[in-house]
Design a protein around this ligand. Structure first.
Ligand code: ADP
Length: 246
């Protein structure tokens, strides 16, 4: 392992009821990098994210983030180290405005009711304005989150995660269900976020992965099958075989 690595999975394996979902997986991410993870259904992408965030503990192997061995930590401790995870389905508070969703996240509050007793500092107000610009929701700031489009809800949830200032953002299929325009806007959004944070994106949509224009890791049967640019991996005969089943 290079000492410069931000995240390093080394020979990680996980078995569920005798089935090896992650099989001697090794993968490294450099600080400031954005990586796309692709692979057929069942390849182990979600399980890999679960291992990084501490939801699933590997049977063997080491997962390092900075100088920490994540396999020794629980989910809240890993989140506090600066790893934020965006699940596929947006989970915003629909009855709150966009702005109040962001405030809740900045304050680290879990219940909308807590906002009744919370006062917004000037610093928080400035950060919210910045976040609104980043997530393209400035003109919807005072709208209820429940009225946003699916894509806008995804952006709001990304904004809520950014409010927690993660060093590493893990994003699971962000553009599933988005319009083409929202998909391309999301690629731009993630590229902007990547100017200050590292990002790992799991995604099936290859047009989106192309727009990200980053190194791609192909997972298959719980290990890395290929790595490189999207063109390199999509011309790799082993990748073609796995996707086309020949
Ligand atoms: P992907 O996200 O690439 O589609 P997953 O990580 O969800 O793949 O799953 C990898 C394999 O592990 C699949 O065959 C899945 O059925 C299996 N698996 C995942 N989680 C569990 C679990 N909790 N118990 C049993 N099998 C699981």
């Amino acid at each position: 392992m290079s000492t410069d690595t931000l995240l390093d999975l080394s020979h990680v394996s996980v078995t569920f009821d005798g089935f090896r979902a992650i099989n001697d997986l090794s993968l490294s991410l450099m600080p400031g990098e954005m990586r796309a993870i692709v692979g057929p259904n069942g390849a182990g992408k979600t399980t890999m994210m679960d291992i990084i965030t501490g939801k699933t503990r590997p049977d063997t192997g080491v997962v390092r983030f900075h100088d920490h061995d994540l396999t020794k930590l629980d989910e809240p401790a890993i989140a506090r180290l600066g790893i934020g995870r965006k699940f596929q389905k947006p989970t915003v508070f629909e009855a709150l405005t966009v702005r109040d969703n962001l405030l809740l996240s900045l304050k680290g509050l879990r219940s909308p009711f807590a906002l009744l007793f919370a006062r917004k500092t000037n610093e928080e107000a400035d950060r919210i304005e910045n976040l609104l610009r980043t997530i393209r929701l400035g003109s919807s700031a005072d709208d209820l989150a429940g009225g946003l489009s699916h894509g806008q809800k995804q952006w709001l949830e990304i904004g809520m995660l950014l409010g927690q200032e993660p060093d590493l953002l893990l994003v699971d299929e962000p553009v599933a269900g988005m319009t083409d325009a929202e998909t391309m806007e999301t690629a731009d959004l993630l590229r902007e976020i990547n100017q200050t944070r590292s990002v790992v994106v799991v995604e099936h949509d290859m047009e989106f992965v192309r727009a990200l224009n980053v190194k791609v890791t192909v997972l298959h049967e719980g290990s890395v099958l290929a790595e490189g640019t999207l063109d390199q991996v999509s011309n790799d005969p082993r990748v073609i075989e796995v996707y086309l089943g020949r």
